[in-house]
Design a protein around this ligand. Structure first.
Ligand code: GBH
Length: 481
């Protein structure tokens, strides 16, 4: 990444990498951890690539010190990790606290801070305690209050040291892949219905947690809370087609807007989203009330419940009208959305099929967020590049990707005046890539899953990222004159 102009990044820019508990920790039944929906999902055969599981993963539960070495080797200023809810609260409720879980996260947090690394903690990254799924999971109304208690417990226990919180990671992915497509845990396929209910309850849960922090913890702890929203950058496939333009608007309405509109714009879902769902419910003869729930007056509004914007960006899409497709006439999220995202043939695909490399899409998306939603600071909480097939430690293509992407972030800061506060590479380590198991590698460090010590080896992209961080830090260090 030599040649990258680091002077455009503010002196206090957060240089980070991110992970998630289920993807790295392993120790799935150790020391009192309760099962999560991903344990159940993986243990049922045929769901994940070659029936891989997160039972051991990178064994970060026992090898945290190895991860810490990686973090230090990169020179990260920030590290984003998630808490395994069921490690802390085995049945999901504060009725039973697992002291070993508390001790584990205390050690991680303390070690990070002792090494000058600021933790950013995600409370929910796809891994609901199974006991709560048994009560209905994200489809049940009660989940919001249970999440609020969990969040309160975490703020109380760790908030003296943790100042950056993400409540829910990618509610879109949890709702859509978990409750519509059934390809993520809990594996529910109930098209056009559960997806909106799950998304709604995640928003309610986030909202309650933010209000709890705001009222009871912010005055003493002075931290910040948000939720991490994933979004592609999208444009109409045929810029001259009004149908594609409308489809592109609908695509946004059902992805980023779905959650950003309630939190940053109006306190409710967008008109486009609501109108589409209501009209199609009517047309398809669905009569059991609205499929898109409403926010009620007896609960706090989601509007304003974010102290910064947290964005996970991976790729871009060209959007066309969903024409003549069978989805149009069936009850489903995609039918409601009425739009289809396609990959431009000029975009290279890196590793996994969905990941088209479009670094300037990130710059456009950052400006769009600033112009459309908020002038609050933005953290890019995930962005990365994957590898499949034979391991390449000399991953020059990934290194080039990070350089190109950081250059675009630099332009967003210096030319578009977007207040980008930080960047978290996904991921620190090769890890359990959900339905793709270990076949897809996103790490700055390679993990050798074939040996019991799960040896971490830095990729070239990791070395190059470390060089960028060190160059930026040496250039922006206050000079002693
Ligand atoms: C993030 O999701 C997750 O937060 C993180 O845990 C994950 O490891 C990382 O990305 C890399 O995937 O197979 O065509 O049905 C990013 C959103 C969700 C986008 C899954 C791609 C697969 C679509 N991703 N989706 S497909």
């Amino acid at each position: 990444m030599s040649g990258l102009d680091v002077t455009v990044f503010p002196h206090d820019f957060a240089w980070g990498a991110a992970t998630a508990a289920y993807q790295i920790e392993g120790g799935w039944d150790m020391d009192g951890r309760g099962p999560s929906i991903w344990d159940t999902f993986c243990h049922a055969k045929g769901r994940v690539f070659e029936d891989h599981t997160g039972d051991v993963a990178c064994n970060s539960y026992q090898l945290w010190e190895e991860d810490l070495k990686c973090i230090r080797q990169l020179g990260l200023t920030h590290y984003r990790l998630s808490i395994s809810w069921s490690r802390l609260l085995p049945d999901g409720t504060t009725n039973h606290v697992n002291p070993k879980g508390v001790a584990y996260y205390n050690k991680v947090i303390d070690d990070l801070i002792a090494g000058g690394v600021t933790p950013m903690i995600t409370l929910y990254h796809m891994d609901l305690p199974q006991a709560l799924q048994d009560l209905g999971g994200w489809s049940s109304k009660e989940i919001a209050d249970i999440f609020e208690s969990y969040a309160r417990f975490c703020f109380k226990t760790f908030g003296d040291r943790v100042k950056l919180w993400i409540t829910v990671n990618e509610p879109y992915v949890c709702a859509k892949l978990g409750h519509e497509d059934g390809i993520f845990a809990p594996g529910i396929k109930n098209p056009g219905i559960s997806v909106y209910l799950a998304g709604h309850n995640m928003l309610r849960a986030h909202t309650k947690a933010w209000h709890t922090y705001n009222a009871h913890f912010r005055p003493l702890q002075a931290g910040q809370v948000s939720l991490a929203l994933n979004s592609d950058w999208v444009e109409a496939l045929d810029p001259g087609s009004s149908k594609d333009a409308a489809a592109s608007e609908r695509y946004k309405a059902f992805t980023l807007d779905w959650f950003a509109c309630p939190v940053f714009c109006t306190g409710d879902y967008s008109e486009t989203m609501r109108a589409r769902i209501e009209t199609r419910s009517f047309d398809l003869g669905y009569k059991q009330g609205s499929r898109l729930p409403r926010f009620t007056k007896d609960e706090p509004s989601p509007l304003g419940t974010a102290d910064f914007f947290a964005l996970n960006y991976y790729t871009s899409r060209k959007v066309k009208d969903l024409n003549g497709d069978s989805k149009k006439n069936e009850l489903s999220f995609e039918g409601d959305q009425g739009a289809e995202g396609v990959v431009d043939p000029s975009w290279p695909i890196c590793g996994v099929h969905w990941l088209a490399v479009v670094p300037d899409g990130l710059r456009k998306l950052l400006k769009y967020i600033k112009d459309t939603y908020t002038s609050l600071p933005i953290y890019i909480t995930e962005n990365g590049f994957s590898q499949m097939g034979p391991v390449q430690i000399e991953d020059t293509d990934r290194s080039q990707f990070y350089k190109d992407t950081l250059q675009e972030v630099g332009k967003a800061i210096s030319q578009d005046r977007v207040n980008v506060k930080g960047y978290f590479a996904w991921s620190l380590l090769d890890n359990f890539e959900w339905s793709d198991g270990y076949s897809v590698r996103f790490g700055l460090f390679h993990v050798d899953f074939s040996t019991p010590d799960l040896k971490r080896t830095i990729y070239r992209s990791g070395r190059d990222y470390a060089a960028v961080i060190s160059k930026h830090r040496s250039q922006t260090k206050p000079k002693n004159i």
